[in-house]
Design a protein around this ligand. Structure first.
Ligand code: AHM
Ligand code: MG
Length: 340
């Protein structure tokens, strides 16, 4: 029988690789695993929505049934606050940061950013959704309470990042900056088990993933690039849940785009909760992540908690090719045009 490595065992093994590690990051990652299992249980019940009472409404006993994204947010915050393994949380669901009090006098040096349930349009129709998280070291001194400044860090400062995909099976994929590993939840033992060691994104792939319904709302060079993907006979796949679309690309190669549109001139996705953690993982797996101005996502300054960004993520050759394509077709800005 092959030996199974659970997420907890793996995290503890990895802690030994860092001689200076104090176990805090280990504890935090384990808490995320626990919260993910609780959320997974609820996501799996989503199909019973008409029996149990619709989300956002009440069930037969008259109890409120929380919307799944609110439920996920509360569970993650509760699990992480109870243990005190982080000193603050910023969530896509909360306008402001949530300071976490020390537990048993233990002062944590980590803060967590998260999108507790991403892919909200998929939630009520039983299509896969995900959780995205990132972990940073706080920058303020530990004798003060955490502040926004602790969260407004560039993606390149991430200590760890990961996602949970609630799909046909549930997977947790994470990186602490030394490669990417994937764990599949075995429901019979209730444990995430190592299933994908040292994940590497293919150099290129046959998939492109973009909401092509917004085609006419994209900048002209982006439209040309999408035409080019189509001319190459690349296969369009778009689930509308970033975690799911990225997961396919990590395994099979491809490119994911969420450009700026007329409705979202800066892009729709959130830099802190979505773009940075996903960019960190994809780059750790050998991929690339840039915005539509061709800047590296992980280098972008973060000015606001809910800052948005355009994003292009995926196989390294495809992102590079997209970059060259855009550079070739981009219309020069008025300041770059030769003077008449
Ligand atoms: P959400 O955080 O409200 O769920 O929005 C993020 C999601 C991503 O998972 C997905 O890639 C994108 O929004 C889909 O948006 P659209 O429906 O505009 O294509
Ligand atoms: Mg989201």
């Amino acid at each position: 029988m092959s030996e199974i490595t659970t997420l907890d065992e793996f995290i503890i093994q990895r802690q030994k690789d860092f001689s200076y590690a104090t176990g805090e990051l280990t504890g935090l990652l384990r808490d995320i695993g626990v919260a993910a299992k609780i959320v997974n249980r609820e996501v799996n019940k989503a199909g019973l929505v008409n029996i149990l009472g619709s989300y956002g409404g009440s069930n037969e006993s008259g109890d409120d049934v929380k919307k799944l994204d609110i439920f996920a947010n509360e569970k993650f915050i509760k699990c992480l606050s109870n243990s005190g393994e982080c000193c603050g949380i910023a969530s896509e669901e909360n306008e402001d940061i949530i300071p976490v009090d020390p537990v048993d006098g233990k002062e944590s040096k980590y803060i967590l950013v998260m999108d507790p349930l991403d892919g909200s349009s998929n939630i009520d129709v039983n299509v896969s959704v995900g959780t995205i998280f990132g972990i940073y070291r706080r920058v303020s001194s530990s004798d003060q309470s955490v502040s926004k400044k602790d969260f407004l860090q560039k993606g390149k400062e991430l200590v760890a990042a990961g996602y949970v995909l609630y799909g046909t099976s549930t997977m947790l994929v994470y990186s602490t900056g030394r490669g990417v590993n994937g764990f599949t939840l075995d429901p019979s033992i209730g444990e995430f088990c190592l299933s994908h060691r040292d994940m590497q994104i293919p150099e290129k792939g046959v998939y492109y993933s973009v909401n092509q319904g917004y085609y006419l709302k994209f900048d002209v060079e982006m439209r040309r690039y999408i035409d080019y993907c189509s001319d190459l006979n690349l296969r369009l796949r778009y689930i509308g849940s970033m975690v799911s679309d990225i997961h396919r690309i990590l395994f099979q190669g491809g490119i994911f785009l969420y450009p700026n549109t007329r409705k979202y001139p800066k892009g729709k996705l959130r830099l802190l909760y979505e773009c940075n953690p996903i960019a960190f993982i994809v780059e750790q797996a050998g991929g690339r992540a840039i915005n539509c101005k061709l800047e590296d996502i992980l280098e972008l300054p973060v000015h606001e908690l809910h800052q948005r960004s355009s994003v292009v993520i995926g196989s390294p050759q495809m992102v590079e090719e997209m970059k060259e394509f855009i550079q070739k077709y981009q219309e020069p800005s008025s300041s770059e045009l030769p003077k008449a």
